[in-house]
Design a protein around this ligand. Structure first.
Ligand SMILES: Nc1ncnc2c1ncn2[C@@H]1O[C@H](COP(=O)(O)OP(=O)(O)OP(=O)(O)O)[C@@H](O)[C@H]1O
Length: 308
């Protein structure tokens, strides 16, 4: 398999009239990995993904998908990618399984349609016209259509929005299998747990730019300091504790006997605090490490106000 990136975006700009939806965005997506694109409403995620899919022409910058230009080399690219749109993109009168079979027939080496129908729980609605499917069934059919051709790369726009927990799990399992089979997956989501569960890389987009990019672990470690809390007797001498800890660490007594230490919380810090407690005859009733979640990092980077 090629080591070239699955997607390479440099300086992408996309405007709708006076509105700049994407504003100089850079992003590289590796092959055989799952990249989650997160961002507030209107951040430019769908616009970016649709540019990669060849539905939108960039106003500036370059986009390469599997090494190809999605606009000028669309005929070569289309058979190699799978696309699941937010709106489904399926003819409304078509029956679910017929549609999927038709899609499969367009590819040289498609997945087994009955097995896929079974996987995604679409068996009972196989003869139902698309417009009569429930929202969740439409989502699952759109996902099946995106993957049936065994693409090298799939774009999934909010694949689990509105799905029940079972369908969500089935979708996650399918995404993990795609990655294991060497498929690159780019998904947009508003579910932080989905990104934490599935993504090898997370790109946080705000106001048309990538404001953070890395593994969920890296973002949670680097984006914000973590916290250690412990309880002991009131009025401990925190100045002496801070002397034992690295520069930049902070400590506070939140309420009588409840302490918070903020900084680079690692095993060494934990050991230092425990040893300081031992030297000072303090028996902590509790000692907990509070890690920042992806949601904390997301809110820190993109703010807490609602977007228009
Ligand atoms: N066809 C269009 N015409 C005019 N403005 C548009 C069009 N499509 C998107 N926009 C605007 O561009 C900006 C980015 O939209 P986009 O759909 O890419 O955001 P998003 O990050 O996918 O949002 P969401 O999370 O709500 O799906 C928004 O301000 C949106 O209103």
């Amino acid at each position: 398999m090629s080591n070239d990136p699955a997607v390479e975006i440099r300086g992408l700009v996309k405007r709708y009239g006076p509105k700049t939806a994407v504003d100089g965005l850079d992003l590289t997506v590796r092959r055989a990995s799952v990249t989650a694109v997160l961002g507030p409403n209107g951040a430019g995620k769908t616009t970016t993904v649709e540019t990669c899919e060849g539905y939108l022409r960039p106003d500036a910058g370059t986009v390469r998908v599997l090494g190809l230009d999605p606009i000028t080399q669309a005929p070569a690219l289309r058979p190699r990618i799978g696309v699941m749109l937010q709106s489904g993109g399926v003819y409304s009168g078509a029956r679910a399984v017929e549609m999927l079979r038709h899609m499969a027939s367009l590819y040289a080496d498609p997945l087994d349609v009955p097995a896929l129908v079974d996987r995604l729980g679409l068996g009972s609605c196989g003869r139902t016209p698309y417009r009569r499917l429930s929202g969740g069934q439409q989502q699952r059919l759109a996902l099946a259509m995106a993957v049936v051709g065994r693409p090298e790369l799939v774009f999934l726009d909010e694949p689990t929005a509105g799905l029940d927990p079972q369908a969500r799990r089935a979708t996650w399992d399918l995404v993990r299998e795609l990655r294991a089979d060497g498929v690159g997956v780019v998904l947009t989501t508003h579910h932080m747990d989905e990104a934490e569960q599935l993504a090898d890389e997370v790109a946080i987009v705000d106001a048309g730019k990538v404001v953070a990019h890395g593994s969920p672990e890296l973002l949670c470690r680097g984006g914000a300091e973590n916290t250690l809390r412990f309880t002991g007797r009131p009025s401990l001498d925190l100045a002496s504790l801070l002397k034992a800890l690295p520069d930049g660490t902070q400590a506070a007594e939140l309420t009588a006997g409840v302490y918070r230490v903020t900084g680079d919380v690692d095993p060494q810090m934990l050991a230092t605090v425990a040893s300081w407690c031992a030297q000072n005859g303090v028996m902590p009733d509790s000692l907990t490490v509070e890690r920042h979640t992806l949601e904390d990092v997301f809110l820190e980077l993109t703010g807490k106000e609602l977007r228009a």
